[in-house]
Design a protein. Structure first.
Length: 174
């Protein structure tokens, strides 16, 4: 059938539920009319009760999600474009499960040893160590690095030898 979609059936059942709640009368059938066909929907009190229970659960879940501060994260491949991902623990938890590949990356590390003028050794969340390098003037913009300090770095260039902090890289001291 052209145009037939499951959400159309759900919409008709919602209309029937609204009708029943407002009038006290349960409509026993409804039709969805398409240009080339029609669909009969049988309606019973059991169907309306189940739909009502599901609707209440969905509303309650939405209320719970909206009451959280911050709201629950919906992790997806689009997170890499989020402007506040530096604060999203769920994003960084997901990043811990992904291997570092060459190119621009977001990475959580801890400064190990004493930072030098042009870099330091960092330990990743998987326990490996890597060199973190930068221009000495860039270090002034990113703030002082301290041994033992956790960092969330967004947009660093991961090479085969080191992680390079660029002028556009964002560094968040934790």
């Amino acid at each position: 059938m052209t145009g037939s979609k499951p959400e159309h059936r759900e919409q008709m059942i919602l209309y029937a539920l609204l009708w029943a709640k407002n009038t006290g009368q349960i409509p026993h059938r409804a039709y969805i009319i398409y240009p080339d066909s029609s669909v009969l929907i049988e309606i019973t009190s059991d169907i309306l009760n189940a739909f009502h229970a599901d609707l209440l659960e969905r509303i309650n879940n939405a209320r719970t999600s909206l009451s959280l501060a911050p709201g629950r994260a919906n992790i997806s491949e689009n997170c890499q474009y989020c402007q506040v991902r530096q604060m999203c623990d769920a994003y960084w938890e997901m990043k811990r499960k992904v291997a570092i590949t060459p190119g621009y990356v977001d990475l959580e590390i801890v400064v190990t040893g004493t930072p030098a003028e042009f870099g330091f050794i960092g330990q990743t969340t998987d326990g490996s160590f890597l060199s973190v390098v930068y221009d000495k003037d860039l270090a002034k913009m990113s703030g002082a690095f301290n041994c033992g300090e956790p960092l969330r770095i967004i947009g660093a260039n991961a090479g085969s030898e080191a992680l390079e902090i660029k002028p556009w890289t964002e560094v968040f001291h934790r």
